[in-house]
Design a protein around this ligand. Structure first.
Ligand SMILES: Cc1cc2nc3c(=O)[nH]c(=O)nc-3n(C[C@H](O)[C@H](O)[C@H](O)COP(=O)(O)O)c2cc1C
Length: 186
C-alpha cells in the first residue's frame, strides 16, 4: 500500500485497459470500499450494480455519445445508484462511495474512470440514466449517478504535478477576491 499522499497524487483517470480480468478478491475489495463510505445520518442510500459481462459493458459504453466509450474496454463497471427517498443528499453520499472505490482500485494498482450519468443524455437526446436503468432493470426510485470503470492500466499514470496545484483557490481566514493582493502570503 502506498501512503495516502502518494496514492492521491498517482490516481489519474484511466481509460485504456489491458484484457486482464480482475480477481474476485479485487472486485470484493473495491465494493468493500464503497460499503465503508460515510453517508449523511448513516442512511447509506446507495446501491451498486456490478457488471463484468463484455456484452453488457459494450452496451453501457453507448449510454452517451462522449466520455463513455472507455467502458467497453474495462474489466469491471460498477453502476452507482441511490434511492432519492432515503436521503436528500444522495448525490454527496453516492459520490463519496464512488471515489472510495476509485481510491481503493488505485491502491490495488488498478486503473479507474468515472463516467457521469446524472444530467447527461444519450445519442438520441434521451436521459442517459434512463438508458442505464432499462439496460440493467433498475427500479424508478433509484437514481443513476455514474458508472465507474475499472481494470488493469494499459500504461502507467502520470502523477499529478505538484507545481500545477491551484493554491489560489485556497483562502486563508476569509475569502479573497482575485484582485485583493493584501494578506496573500502563505
Ligand atoms: C463528477 C465527475 C464526472 C466525470 N465524468 C467523466 C465522464 O463522463 N467521462 C470521462 O471519461 N471522465 C469523466 N470524469 C473524469 C474527469 O475527466 C477527470 O477526473 C479529470 O479530467 C481529471 O483528470 P484525472 O482524473 O486524471 O486527475 C469525471 C470526473 C468526475 C469527478
Amino acid at each position: 500500500m502506498k501512503n495516502f499522499a502518494s496514492l492521491i497524487q498517482n490516481r489519474r483517470s484511466t481509460r485504456r485497459f489491458t484484457e486482464q480480468l480482475l480477481s474476485p478478491e479485487q472486485v470484493a475489495s473495491i465494493l468493500r470500499a464503497a460499503l465503508m463510505a460515510p453517508s449523511s445520518k448513516h442512511k447509506n442510500p446507495w446501491q451498486f450494480v456490478v457488471v463484468e459481462d463484455k456484452e453488457m459493458l459494450s452496451q453501457l459504453s453507448h449510454c452517451k455519445p462522449h466520455g463513455a466509450t472507455f467502458l467497453a474496454g474495462c474489466a469491471l463497471a460498477v453502476v452507482v445508484l441511490a434511492n432519492v427517498m432515503e436521503s436528500d443528499v444522495w448525490i454527496e453520499d453516492a459520490s463519496i462511495a464512488a471515489i472510495y472505490m476509485q481510491l481503493q482500485a488505485e491502491d490495488l494498482g488498478l486503473g479507474s474512470c468515472w463516467c457521469q450519468i446524472r444530467n447527461r443524455q444519450d445519442a438520441d437526446g434521451q436521459d442517459a440514466a434512463q438508458y442505464v436503468r432499462s439496460l440493467l432493470h433498475i427500479p424508478y426510485q433509484l437514481e443513476v449517478l455514474s458508472v465507474i470503470g475499472f481494470g488493469y492500466k494499459a500504461r502507467p499514470n502520470t502523477p499529478l504535478d505538484e507545481e500545477q496545484l491551484l493554491w489560489e483557490k485556497v483562502h486563508l481566514g476569509h475569502y479573497q477576491l482575485p484582485s485583493d493582493t493584501t494578506n496573500t502570503e502563505v
